[in-house]
Design a protein around this ligand. Structure first.
Ligand code: ATP
Length: 142
């Protein structure tokens, strides 16, 4: 089976760089599946799960938005932030979610609602990916 290089980069550096078989990214119009030889493409990604399959291995990252470019020889993901599912700090994401909900519930003039909504989306995306991972781990151990 053919593969394609995937580079996931944030402002902090390269998060992942390897040959992969399939990428499923959180496109703004829905899940976007990319196989080798996909047509060139540039699109925006929103906060959500990015799934990668490489041979028998499959793993998820959560990203908080960014851009994806498909070139003939590689897929480049420029992410605002990206964490592997196992790196997600659930307590931190819960706190971020509660902070954002608190800010949104008061709607005082000095609260930037768009910023709070973006923080809420990031925290929900992290919690969803962490929960999926937890369920997968539980079902494997039985
Ligand atoms: P917080 O308010 O907890 O900082 P945030 O959504 O504002 O959350 P970001 O600005 O998206 O945080 O990310 C800042 C840095 O912290 C990034 O490097 C990101 O990967 C990391 N990060 C944020 N939340 C988590 C988390 N729950 N688990 C692991 N890493 C996280």
């Amino acid at each position: 089976m053919s593969s394609i290089r995937l580079d996931i980069v944030t402002a902090e550096g390269v998060v992942y760089s390897d040959e992969v078989d399939v990428v499923v990214a959180p496109g703004i119009e829905g899940q976007l599946g990319i196989l080798p030889h996909h047509a060139p493409l540039m699109t925006t990604l929103h906060a959500g799960e990015l799934r990668v399959r490489k041979g028998e291995e499959e793993f998820s990252l959560v990203m908080s938005g960014g851009f994806l470019e498909v070139r003939p020889d590689r897929i480049i993901v420029l992410a605002d932030t990206a964490e592997r599912a196992e790196e997600i700090d659930i307590a931190r994401a819960e706190e971020a979610k509660h902070r954002a909900l608190e800010r949104l519930s008061h709607r005082v003039p000095d609260v930037d609602a768009a910023r709070a909504e973006a923080a809420l989306r990031r925290s929900l995306a992290r919690l969803k990916v962490a929960e999926k991972r937890r369920k997968r781990k539980t079902s494997v151990s039985y």
